[in-house]
Design a binder for this molecule. Structure first.
Ligand code: BG6
Length: 467
């Protein structure tokens, strides 16, 4: 099968689960509305459900996500559904799936299931011959560390060739993330100043003002490092730090990104501050003595010509003061203080990319305040993007998987190289430091950023975040 052939059935494991309810059914509905879903959708789960139950779940989940859902589109989606119930360890489940798939001969299998079940399902598919001419879509996290990612890859690759494997990181399907790549390489003015000669440091913040939202037991096996930093945040680093792709085509982008991961100096215990919000240990599914981090801040270096000596500061956490995802690229000061401007910021120039709640790109600069004195103030030139019409990441990514377009998926090379960056600190780290919900996490993170700080505050969007 060539990668460009359209799949003729979408099979999704974990059909009765949380991800399906919150994300997948609304995404499938969006695809119907966009006239992009024309294949049967076979849900698989082990829940003692029937097709009626799944159809009801689909309706409920779409109506919760899209209050003014179009009834005709919803009927169309429900009409496309089939259902197979059974234990993933039982070959009979896959025999039943074979029947449900019917005449289709290019299935795409989407594993919206806990990672511990990946190998079982992939082996079940292969045993039933359902891997022939098929694609497989694997949800993140791909493994728990470098060794388990390699083991998982070996299992996947016994059943599917690399070009049929689609590793989802939903961040890559976000408009604002795609705009990082576009903005960097669609504009010529940036390249001359996009390097160690001009950039002092880079900060990336993924802050969320909510806790673990009932996902305590998942979080216990993940923590902020595995849940967000190793994947979403390093993907952002790669898009910002990569060299221009060597040729046109997604393969070149994948290679350029993998090279960034390879050039990042592996993190050690002095590069990370871990935090845990007060009350985390009382969450259902969380161990009373848990040391899992709900906050992580790291300092990393990319050992390449472009980035040598430029520190990158990344922080992410639950129960912080605000939900905001932002990148701030701090430029070096002018070489001489020509003006007697006592208020002159340490870094008067920055480029700020807001990725959530909406897309915004801003250039920070000093502008003279009217009057006799040559003193100024910090201003931003802002370009906002219209986010409202953008498609949800899962809509885009599942559509791409059905069509065999791998551009927005992660390659195995990248996955392993990204794990190599964090592998040591997954186990070698100081205990998580408690922080009060609604604060910016442990104050030790201020020591980590030191003179390159303070951390940018996304709640002060019209300045460079400095008080
Ligand atoms: C998910 C993490 O991958 O990304 C969550 O498991 C996190 O913990 C989420 O909240 C953030 O993504 P988004 O798209 O909701 O900003």
């Amino acid at each position: 099968m060539t990668t460009a052939e359209h799949s003729d059935v979408l099979v999704f494991f974990g059909a009765t689960g949380d991800l399906a309810r919150k994300m997948i059914f609304p995404a499938l509905y969006g695809m119907v509305v966009a006239d992009e879903l024309h294949v049967p959708v076979v849900g698989v789960a082990f829940s003692e459900w029937g097709l009626d139950d799944l159809q009801r779940r689909a309706r409920e989940s779409v109506e919760a996500a899209v209050p003014d859902a179009d009834p005709t589109a919803l009927d169309t989606l429900v009409g496309l559904l089939r259902y197979v119930d059974g234990d993933y360890r039982d070959p009979a489940t896959f025999d039943a799936l074979r029947e449900a798939v019917g005449d289709a001969h290019r299935p795409v299998h989407y594993l919206a299931i806990p990672p511990v079940m990946f190998a079982t399902v992939i082996e079940g598919l292969a045993r039933a011959g359902l891997n022939t001419d098929a694609r497989v879509v694997v949800e993140k996290p791909f493994g728990r560390d470098l060794a388990s990612a390699q083991e998982l890859d070996a299992v996947v690759r016994r059943a599917f060739p690399e070009e049929s494997v689609f590793r989802i990181d939903h961040y890559l399907g976000k408009e604002e993330i795609m705009n990082l790549l576009y903005f960097r390489f669609a504009n010529g003015f940036l390249e001359p100043v996009w390097n160690r000669n001009h950039i002092a440091s880079v900060q990336i913040t993924i802050a969320e003002d909510f806790g673990v939202q009932g996902r305590g037991s998942f979080y216990e096996s993940a923590g902020a490092l595995r849940d967000v930093l190793e994947n979403h945040m390093l993907q952002i680093v790669a898009l910002l730090a990569m060299e221009p792709p060597a040729y046109q085509g997604y393969g070149a982008v994948h290679e350029a990104k993998a090279n960034v991961f390879r050039a990042i100096r592996p993190l050690t215990r002095n590069d990370i501050v871990r935090g845990q919000f007060e009350g985390y240990r009382d969450e259902p599914g969380v161990a009373r003595g848990s040391d899992v981090e709900t906050y992580a801040a790291v300092r990393l270096f990319i050992d390449s010509w472009r980035w040598a000596g430029v520190p990158w500061y990344l922080r992410t956490g639950k129960n912080l003061p605000v939900t905001a995802h932002e990148v701030v690229v701090e430029y070096k000061k002018p070489p001489q203080a020509l003006f007697d401007d006592a208020m002159m910021a340490q870094h008067p120039n920055h480029l700020r990319f807001r990725l959530k709640p909406d897309g915004e790109i801003a250039l920070g600069a000093r502008v003279k305040t009217p009057g006799e004195e040559f003193v100024g103030e910090q201003r931003e030139l802002v370009a906002s993007t219209e986010g409202a019409a953008a498609r949800q990441p899962y809509e885009r990514l599942l559509g791409d998987a059905i069509q065999g377009d791998r551009a927005l998926f992660t390659s195995e090379d990248s996955v392993e190289a990204a794990w190599r960056v964090v592998d040591a600190i997954l186990t070698d780290h100081a205990p998580a430091i408690r922080y009060a919900p609604g604060t910016w996490g442990p104050t030790e993170a201020d020591t980590l950023i030191g003179a390159d700080g303070p951390w940018h505050d996304p709640t002060v969007p019209d300045s460079d975040g400095r008080k």
